[in-house]
Write a protein that binds this ligand. Sequence first.
Ligand SMILES: Cc1cc2nc3c(=O)[nH]c(=O)nc-3n(C[C@H](O)[C@H](O)[C@H](O)COP(=O)(O)OP(=O)(O)OC[C@H]3O[C@@H](n4cnc5c(N)ncnc54)[C@H](O)[C@@H]3O)c2cc1C
Length: 431
Amino acid sequence: MPLKEQNYWLTTADFPHTESSPLPARVDVAIIGAGFTGLSAARTLAQRGAKVAVLEAETIGWGASSRNGGMVLTGLKLGADQLISMYGHELARRMYTASIETIDCVEQIIREETIDCGFSRCGHLEVACKQKHFDDYARQAEVIAREFNHHLRVVQKQELHAEIGSNIYFGGMVDEASAGLNPARYVAGLGRAAMKAGAEIFEHARVEGLQRESSQGKAGWKVTTSRGTLWAREVFVATSGYTGKATPALQKKLIPIGSFIITTQPLPEALARELSPRNRMIYDSKNYLYYYRLTPDRRMLFGGRAAFFPENDQTIRRSAEILRRGMIDVYPQLRDSKVEYVWGGTLDFAFDIMPHAGQIDGMHYAVGYAGHGVAMATYQGQKMAELISGDKQENPFVGIPFPGAPLGLYNGKPWFLPFAGVWYKFLDWVS
Ligand SMILES: Cc1cc2nc3c(=O)[nH]c(=O)nc-3n(C[C@H](O)[C@H](O)[C@H](O)COP(=O)(O)OP(=O)(O)OC[C@H]3O[C@@H](n4cnc5c(N)ncnc54)[C@H](O)[C@@H]3O)c2cc1C
């Protein structure tokens, strides 16, 4: 099969039909974005009796939620030491504990809604690209066990063949709590679950303007979309890496970064088992990292930041070759396997590389997943929905400082990405 510039996951999923009727005049909550964050919030809000409209510029799951690696990961992008030094022991502990709960949250929704998305608690494996990265694993595992009571297993180089069929790494670290799933099937299932609970989803309804406006004596928002206008008491912004000019204050706090994925043709069973004997979700220890896994039909799915810029025809095409070379460096056994699909998507990074949730300009939001969004976005959608419907609940990511660009040198257009790309490659070389 010739290479297709297409998201492989989409070939495996059916998406629900959404509202074709005009937008309602009034809702309790307008949610912008129909990915994991928006749909998880819509489900919870609707279950609690709120009238909810999800406004999606494209189609359900069109953003990162259908395009990702399907790795349902514990932990945050920042290491344990950094978390503790930024937030102190107590808050760092609550954040780390929440990151473990995010996996339970995904598992529970999948079970309650019987979403057929191949969810499996297969664990993740981080592999060390340098000896000093591996030396750091033992220390990190010790800090995480002591501070957060969570146990990771350090794997010495000589035992690594039981985890991965590659000889290039210096050792690894396993977290059995992480999981894997098919993200397109999962986001389609979340969409169905939100609709079943009573939320209405409007596709091709790009939010173009948000204006404060009272209606029937209640404060709220006039929401202007490409499909018409509605009034909402509350607005929840769930646009992640695709946050745009409708919410400029949030856009300025987020850096959109491209990530790209290839998948091979389906592999023979014995070869697939040799590459990943325990079927883990795998990623390496670099800043400019690779992440990879087998798909349920035994393709090698191999991703990375082959270009730092968000996806377009050029970056996607270039990524196919860059990622194929990266994959063969890791797995020379795949030299003759055909790459059948390549696609890209956009991640959202905050300047402190942390998830953030709360209110900005009077609107609710949850963003900043930095490549850990499958579990965290689902969880934040649910938690923010509980908060919006009046619950006092524990969400350690609400209200933490949300830094903007240093010296305010950013208006939402990431002019510095080429420099950031070079900088991260330099860091990988020296650290
Ligand atoms: C290639 C890739 C691989 C990844 N791999 C992993 C992984 O393996 N594990 C992991 O945990 N995370 C991974 N991630 C990150 C994860 O996919 C995201 O963090 C997560 O999907 C974010 O979900 P979301 O609902 O917040 O945003 P999205 O799914 O990006 O949805 C945002 C939606 O908002 C819509 N939108 C934007 N502006 C407007 C507007 N004005 N009006 C209406 N709608 C609007 C967009 O059309 C989009 O559909 C990956 C991301 C990418 C791109």
